[in-house]
Structures are given as structure tokens and as C-alpha cells.
Ligand binder design. Structure first.
Ligand SMILES: NC(=O)c1ccc[n+]([C@@H]2O[C@H](COP(=O)([O-])OP(=O)(O)OC[C@H]3O[C@@H](n4cnc5c(N)ncnc54)[C@H](O)[C@@H]3O)[C@@H](O)[C@H]2O)c1
Ligand SMILES: [Zn+2]
Length: 350
């Protein structure tokens, strides 16, 4: 069993272990004094894992409410958040009690924001069930819902009290959802860890090293979050590939292309341009492409640089006439580069 301690303002532990889900009820019973909880999950996850989990908690003497969302990004909205508040209230959840987020990033973000805001903040546990959630969204305390004007626009920083991460839960993911998560895993490798990159490149079967890879990614994120919990500077490096990636998602109206695929193209685009401008070491982009192809992720786009530019203007790393992008000098080493919008245009089009 690996334990990763995250030293944020409210510190917490992430337990990573294949098969640990089996013992979740015991861990939770030892962790909290409260015996009243609400599990937030989605329909797909509830069918596979939620029902068994609820029964285990009931056997341990918990009073358990279950709030089930429809699966998918559309569920991360204010209506569901409002229904969840009512459900928590009806379930007599008090400030001594806690919420359990059992699911992917959608469940984690919505349940986390409910925990951040209900009764001005209660505890919550993350049990992430997708690769994205295990390596990214369950760590770092960003919680949010989407509104009509955009994704994640209403949210809060609220760290979980505990994260229980079982790589075995990923065995039921579709290969599309799994590969999408690999986009984020590769992002960590390229931006922060050459050794992780080499590991991914050399291993024939990712499942043989999954627990180790997940821990490597969590450690990358933990190090960044501990330095910059509120996303004021260095945490922006976690957005490597995301400025162009988000522009591609926006251009496609968040259809056709998944987040991981868009980030994959975004990383290649930034590295390619970086090579042309001498910011990135020669031939690094080829190495990146090679690893992305291994996980069936796309590496190019037919969207013009003008459209990428226009669709980048709403990026959260834009401040007035400047935009900060994440570049890579060589695999494992990223840095922030603040450009004027004209310079950014030149960067994209050179
Ligand atoms: N808070 C953060 O720091 C952060 C970071 C990255 C992403 N996010 C957010 O995370 C969300 C994306 O997360 P996601 O990719 O996990 O999507 P998701 O939660 O929608 O899950 C993807 C699909 O996988 C299914 N699923 C989940 N676990 C499963 C399992 N074990 N077996 C079978 N099916 C399973 C779900 O039902 C869903 O259909 C986005 O809303 C994004 O904004 C947040
Ligand atoms: Zn992402």
C-alpha cells in the first residue's frame, strides 16, 4: 500500500493500492466518528460498484443516502447541485458528517463543491473511479460545476479529507475513457518527469505498472499543489497542452473530440512551435507523438492557427492583453511563458 501525504492548508492522505476498494468501508469507519453519510455517484458507477459499497457501509452501521447522477459532463450543473443540497438536508447531514464522491471527475467536482458549500463546508472523501479522477481531479481541491457561460465557472477550493484510490476499479472503463486519462498521464510525464516518460515508452502493457504510474502522477500534482494551492503561478504548469486543447474543444462545441484528445493535440502543437522557435530541444515532439500514438491519441488537427487563436481568448491564463502558455524545454521540464496577444499569434503561426 502506498500513502501520499498532501501538505496543503488542510492536509490529507491519498491511499493508492490495487484492491483497496474491498476494504473502503473499514477505512472510512476508522477515519470518521460520524455514522451518517451520503454517497454521490453516477448511474454507471452505481451499478458496478455503488450498490455493493452502500451495503458494506450499512453493515458497518452507517446511515447511507445515495445520490445518483446521470453519467456524463452534462450532470455537472447547478440544478443537480441544488437537488443534492436538498438531499443532504433531508438526509440530516450535519457539519460532523461527510460526503463520499464515488466516480469520475464529474462526480468528484460536483460532490466536492457541494461539500465546500453545504453548511459553509463539510468533509468529503474521494474514491475516484476513472484514470482522470485518480491522477488529476481527486487531488488538489478544485471543485466546480458548469454554467451556461462555461465549464467550471462556479466552484471553490476545498481539499478532501481522504482519497482512496484503487487502480483495479479502472478495469471496467471503456478503452476510450481510459485512453482519455492517458492524455493527462502523458502530460505529467512531458511537463514534469522524464523518468515517467521513459517508463511509459518502454512498458509494453500499461496495466502492469498502473499503480506506480498513478502514484508518479499524483506525486507530480502534489508537489505543484503544495507550492501553489490557489493556482496563482506554478500550478498553471498543470495546464500544459490545455490552452490549445481547450481552444480545440471550444471550436468543436465540446462535441466530436474528447478532452484528452484535445490536450494531446495541444501538447504536440505547443512543442512543435517551441522547436521552431528554439524554445524546445530538437526532436522532442517526435518522442511525444510516439507515446501518444501508443495510446491511440491524436497528434494533429486541421483547425487553422487563426481559429485556435480566436478560441484561446477566453482562456483562464489570459490576463488582459497577455496570455501565459506552458512550454517545454525538454521532456520533463516545463516553464511558463507570458506573451502579448501579438506574440501569442506569432507563436501559433510561425
Ligand atoms: N477538479 C480538478 O482538478 C479536475 C481536473 C481534471 C478534470 N476535472 C473534471 O473532471 C471531469 C472529467 O472527468 P472524467 O474524465 O472522470 O469523466 P466522468 O466523470 O464523466 O467519467 C467518464 C465516464 O466513465 C464512467 N465511469 C466512471 N468510472 C467508471 C468505471 N470504473 N467503470 C466504468 N465506467 C466508469 C462514467 O459513468 C462516465 O460515463 C470534467 O468535468 C473535468 O472538468 C476536474
Ligand atoms: Zn485536463
Amino acid at each position: 500500500m502506498r500513502k501520499i501525504f498532501v501538505n496543503t492548508d488542510n492536509p490529507y492522505e491519498i491511499i493508492v493500492h490495487k484492491g483497496i476498494f474491498e476494504y473502503c468501508d473499514e477505512i472510512i469507519a476508522n477515519f470518521f466518528d460520524s455514522r451518517n453519510t451520503v454517497i454521490v455517484t453516477d448511474e454507471t458507477v452505481y451499478k458496478i460498484y455503488g450498490k455493493i459499497f452502500k451495503d458494506k457501509l450499512l453493515k458497518k452501521g452507517f446511515k447511507v443516502g445515495v445520490f445518483v447522477l446521470k453519467a456524463g459532463e452534462q450532470s455537472k450543473n447547478l440544478n443537480n447541485l441544488s437537488s443534492l443540497y436538498h438531499f443532504l438536508s433531508e438526509s440530516e447531514i450535519t457539519r460532523d458528517d461527510f460526503i463520499i464522491a464515488l466516480g469520475g471527475g464529474v462526480v468528484g467536482d460536483l460532490a466536492g463543491f457541494a461539500a465546500a458549500s453545504f453548511l459553509r463546508g463539510i468533509s468529503f472523501i474521494q474514491i475516484p473511479t476513472t484514470l482522470v479522477a485518480q491522477v488529476d481531479s481527486s487531488v488538489g481541491g478544485k471543485t466546480a460545476v458548469n454554467i451556461k457561460s462555461g465549464k467550471n465557472l462556479v466552484g471553490a477550493f476545498h481539499q478532501p479529507s481522504l482519497v482512496i484510490c484503487d487502480p483495479d476499479l479502472l478495469s471496467t472503463l471503456s478503452s476510450r475513457v481510459f485512453c482519455d486519462g492517458m492524455g493527462e498521464v502523458i502530460k505529467y510525464a512531458v511537463a514534469f518527469s522524464e523518468s515517467l516518460f521513459i517508463k511509459l515508452l518502454n512498458q509494453a502493457n500499461i496495466y502492469d505498472i498502473l499503480e506506480e504510474v498513478i502514484c508518479d502522477c499524483i506525486n507530480c500534482k502534489k508537489n505543484i499543489v503544495e507550492q501553489d494551492e490557489r493556482d496563482l503561478e506554478n500550478r498553471m504548469k498543470l495546464n500544459f497542452g490545455h490552452t490549445v486543447g481547450h481552444a480545440i474543444e471550444k471550436y468543436n462545441n465540446y462535441t466530436k473530440i474528447t478532452h484528452g484528445q484535445a490536450v494531446s493535440i495541444g501538447m504536440v502543437y505547443i512543442m512543435q512551435q517551441g522547436e521552431k522557435l528554439g524554445i524546445t530541444k530538437k526532436n522532442e515532439t517526435e518522442k511525444l507523438k510516439c507515446i501518444l500514438k501508443k495510446f491511440k491519441l491524436p497528434t494533429n488537427t486541421c483547425i487553422s492557427w487563426e481559429d485556435i487563436f480566436t478560441n484561446s481568448l477566453g482562456d483562464k491564463k489570459r490576463r488582459g492583453d497577455n496570455i501565459t502558455i506552458v512550454t517545454v524545454s525538454e521532456i520533463g521540464k516545463s516553464r511558463l511563458l507570458t506573451l502579448s496577444l501579438d506574440e501569442y499569434k506569432n507563436f501559433l503561426s510561425c
